[in-house]
Ligand binder design. Structure first.
Ligand SMILES: Nc1ncnc2c1ncn2[C@@H]1O[C@H](COP(=O)(O)OP(=O)(O)O)[C@@H](O)[C@H]1O
Ligand SMILES: CC(=O)N[C@@H](CCC(=O)OP(=O)(O)O)C(=O)O
Length: 296
């Protein structure tokens, strides 16, 4: 590279940092809940990239909370064990044998992989599930789904304690019930929404493997009202795993989360693009807030 080109490169970096200033100021002290879906996780490099974004958020004063999924990893383990499983409206029908595998895979393998990736990037992370400190207490969502939980009580003080210590919480969507020894499998999106709602988070970012919510022609809809979302579920434009995602986004906004955004976690730096640039990304569902902070 010529010296002149190199200078131009560094100048661009400096300019980019400067442009991010109003966004960094806006999100300083903010709580941002990031749902990291199993389909968005990809390989080692994608995981490291995600972890770097989360550490950077923390570095500039944001309080990130990671809530993860791991559906594909659960499928793989169930396959190895010869346990069949199927989904109803994006939620896994969960019997006793399945819930044990879900807990092992999510709170063990997946949770620790994310914690390790954040530590490797120089952050501090602690992994927990909905069972820890009774963070998320559930009841059965629907009898036909078995041990699938619907959060009914949230105790988020432990998360605030971790924020104070500069520690990033990484949460597996497995929860306790009202009865002793009860374990529930919670859809990752549902768990992220419940946690964001209880914390009254500034943003809920739902990272998945598509660039946003698509209309019937396959185009991403950048802004969605609750009415539009409901109509798209009713006419089948939104289906499968996208249903719990948009329902979560709606409920979170109703509970006081300022905005929920569905973005492509496979896109490098997706979360940074959404939080710290004018560009934004994906589909945003919100109460009543303009997207660009400089126009506020
Ligand atoms: N209208 C829609 N727009 C975008 N994706 C949709 C839509 N309807 C259904 N989907 C499906 O939802 C999937 C995302 O949900 P899911 O597989 O559960 O993701 P994750 O594992 O990230 O939580 C997409 O890959 C897509 O196949
Ligand atoms: C009840 C239910 O469906 N739980 C999910 C939990 C994991 C999850 O949500 O993973 P993704 O975000 O990768 O889809 C499951 O068993 O697959």
């Amino acid at each position: 590279m010529k010296t002149q080109d190199m200078d131009r490169d560094w100048l661009t970096t400096a300019r980019t940092l400067q442009k991010a200033l109003p966004y960094m100021q806006r999100y300083s002290g903010a709580i941002v809940v990031v749902k990291f879906g199993g389909n968005a996780m990809g390989g080692v490099e994608a995981m490291a990239d995600f972890a770097r974004d989360i550490v950077l958020m923390r570095q500039v004063g944001v309080n990130p909370v990671v809530v993860h999924g791991g559906g594909p990893m659960i499928n793989e383990m169930l396959g190895k064990l010869g346990i069949e499983s199927h989904f109803v409206n994006g939620k896994r029908v969960t019997d006793q044998a399945t819930v044990e595998v879900v807990e092992m895979v999510l709170t063990g393998l997946v949770n620790k992989r994310i914690v390790q990736a954040i530590m490797d990037e120089g952050g501090r992370a602690v992994g927990l599930s909905g069972k820890d400190d009774d963070l998320m207490v559930c009841e059965a969502d629907d009898p036909q789904l078995g041990f699938v939980g619907r959060p009914i009580e949230m105790n988020v003080q432990v998360l605030r304690d971790l924020f104070k210590a500069g520690i990033i919480p990484v949460i597996a969507p497995v929860a306790t019930g009202m009865d002793p020894n009860e374990t529930f499998n919670v859809n990752g999106d549902t768990a992220a929404g419940a946690i964001a709602g209880a914390l009254k988070a500034d943003r809920l970012l739902l990272l998945t493997d598509v660039p946003g919510v698509k209309d019937a022609d396959g185009n991403v809809v950048t802004q969605l009202s609750p009415e539009q979302v409901r109509a798209m579920i009713d006419d089948g434009t939104i289906s499968g795993g996208m249903i719990p995602k948009v329902e979560t986004a709606l409920q979170a906004v109703e509970k006081g989360v300022r905005a929920a955004v569905i973005i492509n976690g496979k896109l490098p730096n997706a979360a940074l693009l959404e939080l710290f640039t004018e560009h934004g990304a994906g589909s945003i569902i919100r109460a009543s807030e303009p997207r660009v902070p400089t126009s506020e």
